[in-house]
Design a binder for this molecule. Structure first.
Ligand SMILES: Cc1ncc(COP(=O)(O)O)c(C=O)c1O
Length: 381
């Protein structure tokens, strides 16, 4: 079997979930705030089915996915869970009535971000004699999807007129919640509060109001309302370095492989495609079967490191689609079959997605989502 795998520790997921829950209790004593575990994009690369089952077992109230395909795949694993689809409804090739029937069968909760969607769901749900549960999405500043907060009152009022929708929630999403500068997040939050206030005055109430993602959970407690939507922090990373002492999180994925080939080469030998690396002395070179085809970034060529045993070794030469090479030094301390850590943490050695992301000028989210499907996920509980 290919030794490259992502080891996922569900005990650490439990630890992170409980840290979030305790933090919410501490910040809002006496209020039961629901948790919507965000499991879109294959649970940020961790495996949507296993992560979702565990989150439901831990007491998550909702699961959040990006689109209807993810939601439908998930349904068989968590038959009773509340699944909220964050994305818009794009009419499928199925005839509209058949499509809505299918979505109703899967018992999904739709985001309504436009009047078109509201009308469509209302009309076909009416024909089928069922109500479609929806959460209304308000754009307070991200400018992605949602009703512009300036005109939202009128739009929401219109949606309240539709008889075949069950309006369960209303929500917004922040553009800068991870930033220690809270100015824009507070601006968004104030707009959302103002809208909710006017809607309430107009007799429009919502059982579940929500807005907080990971950054807002750690940085903006007035954004909690009835439910929070953590993603990244469930998987053990902080959306910003600045929040490290707020709660204790543990990265739950270790991306690992094994040394599968070792050779000794002379000084001044080039390693890998393009000859971008030359040995400075006689060296042992180890080959590890992971490359950019596995989602391990080629941009880490000649700058990344791996951990073998308790030592760091440099990635030497260009990372290829299926392999990378490391210089193991002049004395042979590593054997074929030894375990290699490429991302994550182990026995005090740290190669977290956040650290690699900093080197690559990206974000830990992207590092985690990049782990390819062909990498086997192995779960520990
Ligand atoms: C609507 C929505 N809510 C919550 C989240 C979770 O965000 P985070 O991973 O920063 O907690 C996301 C992810 O981008 C999202 O799109």
């Amino acid at each position: 079997m290919n030794p490259t795998r992502a080891e996922i520790d569900l005990k650490k997921l439990e630890h992170n979930f409980n840290s979030i829950r305790s933090y919410l209790k501490k910040e809002k004593p006496g209020k039961k705030i629901k948790i919507c575990g965000v499991v879109k994009a294959n649970a940020y690369g961790h495996g949507i089915q296993e992560i979702s089952s565990k989150l439901i077992e831990l007491g998550a109230d909702f699961l959040g996915v990006a689109n209807y395909d993810e939601a439908i795949k998930l349904r068989s694993v968590v038959p009773d869970a509340n699944i909220l689809v964050f994305g818009t409804l794009i009419h499928s090739k199925l005839k509209p009535a058949a499509y809505v029937k299918k979505l109703l069968k899967y018992n999904l909760i739709a985001t309504v971000a436009s009047l078109d969607t509201a009308k469509f769901l209302d009309y076909y749900s009416g024909k089928l004699g069922r109500k479609f549960k929806v959460h209304i999405k308000i754009d307070t500043g991200l400018k992605r999807i949602g009703f512009d907060v300036k005109q939202a009152y009128k739009n929401v009022e219109q949606i309240f007129g539709y008889r075949n929708l069950e309006i369960e929630g209303i929500y917004t999403h922040f553009a800068t919640s991870e930033s220690p500068d809270k100015t824009f997040a507070k601006h968004q939050l104030n707009k959302f509060y103002d809208l909710l206030h006017s809607l309430k005055k107009g007799g429009m109430n919502f059982p579940i109001v929500h807005s907080a993602n990971s950054g807002a959970i750690l940085n903006l407690k007035d954004s909690y309302f009835d439910m929070v939507r953590p993603g990244l922090i469930l998987y053990g990373y902080y959306p910003s370095e600045n929040f490290k002492n707020i709660i204790d999180l543990k990265p739950i994925m270790n991306l690992k492989s094994r040394v599968t080939f070792i050779k000794r080469v002379d000084a001044n030998t080039s390693i890998s495609y393009g000859r971008k690396y030359f040995t400075d002395k006689k060296s042992f070179i180890g080959s590890i079967p992971i490359g950019y085809g596995d989602g391990y970034w080629r941009a880490l060529s000649n700058i990344g490191k791996v951990v073998i045993g308790n030592r760091y070794y440099p990635i030497s030469g260009n990372i290829t689609m299926d392999w990378l090479m490391v210089n193991l030094g002049a004395k042979r301390k590593v054997s074929v079959g030894d375990d290699v850590l490429l991302m994550g943490s182990q026995n005090g050695e740290y190669l977290g997605a956040d650290r690699l992301a900093r080197i690559l000028k990206t974000i830990p989210y992207e590092m985690l989502c990049a782990v390819a499907d062909r990498v086997q996920r192995v779960y520990f509980s």
